[in-house]
Ligand binder design. Sequence first.
Ligand code: HEC
Ligand code: HEC
Ligand code: HEC
Length: 206
Amino acid sequence: MNKSSIAVFVALIAVAFMGVTTTTLVQSAEKKDPNRFNRLMPPKDKRTPPVAEDGIHDPENSGVKVLQEPKEAFSVLVKGKGGNYVDWVKSLNKKKISPLYDLDDPELVPMTVDMNIVREVKGTMPDVVFPHEQHTQWLECNNCHPAIFIPQKGANPISMVDIMLGNKCGVCHGTVAFPVTDCRRCHSKAKPMKTSKKSSAKSNKK
Ligand code: HEC
Ligand code: HEC
Ligand code: HEC
C-alpha cells in the first residue's frame, strides 16, 4: 500500500466506526422513549426534577438537602401551561407567594406601572399586548430600559425569530418566564373583524 491508499483505508475504517456508534446511540435513545423528540415538552414525571438532579445544583453539596423540593413548593401554586407549569402571575396576585422585592430592605415594595403596549402583528395572529403591570411586579425599569427596549412605543423592531433566538422578549421568556410555546398569552388581542366582502363591494361602487 502506498501512502495515499493507507490514508483512504484509515478514513474508511473511521467512517465505519462512526456509523456503528451513531446507530447505537440513536437506538439506545429510542429504546428509552420512542416518542421523545421535543425537549420543550418533557414527560410529566421528568418535570421539575428534585434539586439534586436538576443539573443546576451540585448534588455533592450538603446544602442541597436543606432546600425545599420544587415539586412540593409548586403544588400549592396556581397551575400554568408550560415551563415549570406554574402560573406565576396568578400565584403572585392571589398572594400564594409574596417574594421580597429587595433582599436588603424587606419594607420595599415594587413601583408598578399600569401601561399596556399593543404591538400590531401582520397576518392572522392576534396582536401582542405587552403589560407593564405584570412585569413591574417583578422587575425594575432598568431590567429592560434601555438595554433590551428603548422606552418608546414602536421604537424596537421585534420578530418571532428574534424571540426564539433569545433576544427581546426572549431574553426572559423561555428562560425565567413562561415559554414561547404559550402563544396566546402574548398574542392576546383579537384583531377587529374585517368588513364583509358584500359591504366593501358596495362601497367600491360608490
Ligand atoms: C420587561 C421589560 C420592561 C420593563 C421591566 C419595563 N418596560 Fe417599559 N417598555 C417595555 C416595552 C417592550 C415597551 C414597548 C417598546 C416598543 O413598542 O418598541 C416599553 C415602553 C415604555 C415606554 C414608552 C411608552 C410609549 O407610549 O411610547 C415608557 C415610557 C416605559 N416603557 C416606561 C417604563 C417604566 C417607567 C418602567 C418601570 C416602572 C418600565 N417601562 C419597565 C418593556 C419594559
Ligand atoms: C413572549 C411573548 C410571545 C409569545 C409567547 C409568542 N409571541 Fe409571537 N410575537 C411576539 C412579539 C412581541 C411579536 C412582534 C410583534 C411586532 O411586530 O411588533 C410577535 C410576532 C409574531 C408573528 C408575526 C411575524 C413575526 O415573525 O414577527 C407571528 C406569526 C407570531 N408572533 C406567531 C407566534 C406563535 C405561533 C407563537 C406560539 C408558538 C407565538 N408567536 C408566541 C411575542 C410573542
Ligand atoms: C426582563 C425579563 C422579561 C422580558 C424582557 C419580557 N418579559 Fe414578559 N414576563 C416576565 C416575567 C418575569 C413575567 C411574570 C412571570 C411569568 O409569567 O412567567 C412576565 C409576564 C408576561 C406576561 C403576563 C402574562 C399574564 O398572565 O398576565 C406577558 C403577556 C408577557 N410577559 C409578555 C411579554 C412580551 C410581549 C415581551 C416582549 C415585548 C416580554 N414579555 C418581555 C419577564 C420578561
